[in-house]
Design a protein around this ligand. Structure first.
Ligand code: GTP
Ligand code: MG
Length: 215
């Protein structure tokens, strides 16, 4: 059974055009009181630390250094907002959760920020919940899903770093992930697979995002 989304040529083209626009950095936010006005369509990239959130934003926009990435988990420490003004869409890069090496006070602060944003952002249209293909869904991902289910915020799983696993492993992981998602009320049924490194799945994810603007 297939779990991945399928798009028409027109939808893929809409995605390509959306991400050919000039995307720029808007602001960084460390505190809920600093959030920019809740206007337009906002989407956000959430997931464990080091899963590849910032890399995916760079790959989608074709901008190498739009979002800062790192080998060291815990690179992104604030909510970073990016926009292409003429599109009415904002992308948000979030700090990762589950980074055990950072001081507890810092981790608690990031987690509180991420969770309060996810719970209470009126124009948040969809959360892309990134899962590292090598690891699959972990307990803290399930915690995030539970929060999103409760807040009725739609989330879609993106399996990242698919260049690191074999096609047979990916296929088994897709089945296992779909099984978990089937039981979750706010989970989007299809799963996107990506490699920011090799460019795999970016056209599909761009189309998925462009589709959100059209509804
Ligand atoms: P935090 O901001 O710390 O939460 O991390 P993040 O989720 O933003 O991850 P980031 O994009 O900084 O990437 C973490 C590491 O994974 C970097 O060394 C990236 O080069 C690597 N990486 C990201 N995407 C891919 C991918 O598709 N394939 C491979 N092989 N490596 C990747
Ligand atoms: Mg990051």
């Amino acid at each position: 059974m297939t779990h991945t989304p399928e798009f028409t040529e027109d939808q893929l083209e809409a995605g390509r055009l959306l991400f050919a626009k000039p995307w720029t950095f808007v602001t960084s936010v460390a505190d809920m009181r600093q959030l920019p006005a809740s206007v337009g369509v906002e989407i956000t990239f959430a997931g464990r630390s080091n899963v590849g959130k910032s890399s995916l934003i760079n790959a989608l926009t074709g901008r190498k250094d739009l979002a800062r990435t790192s080998n060291t988990p815990g690179r992104t420490q604030m909510l970073n907002f990016f926009a292409a003004p003429e599109t009415g869409m904002t992308l948000v890069d979030m700090p990762g959760y589950g980074y055990a090496e950072a001081p507890k006070s810092m981790v608690d602060a990031w987690t509180a920020l991420v969770f309060s944003y996810l719970r209470g952002r009126p124009n948040l249209r969809r959360v892309f919940l990134l899962i590292d293909s090598r690891h699959g869904i972990k307990q803290n991902d399930l915690d995030t899903m539970q929060l999103l289910d409760k807040a009725a915020v739609v989330y879609q799983v993106v399996l990242t770093k698919t260049d690191k696993i074999k096609p047979t492993q990916l296929s088994a992981l897709l089945d296992a992930t779909a099984d978990i998602l089937r039981k979750r009320p706010a989970a989007f049924p299809t799963i996107v697979t990506t490699s920011s490194e090799k460019g795999h799945g970016l056209d599909t994810l761009r189309a998925e995002i462009a589709n959100l603007l059209e509804r």
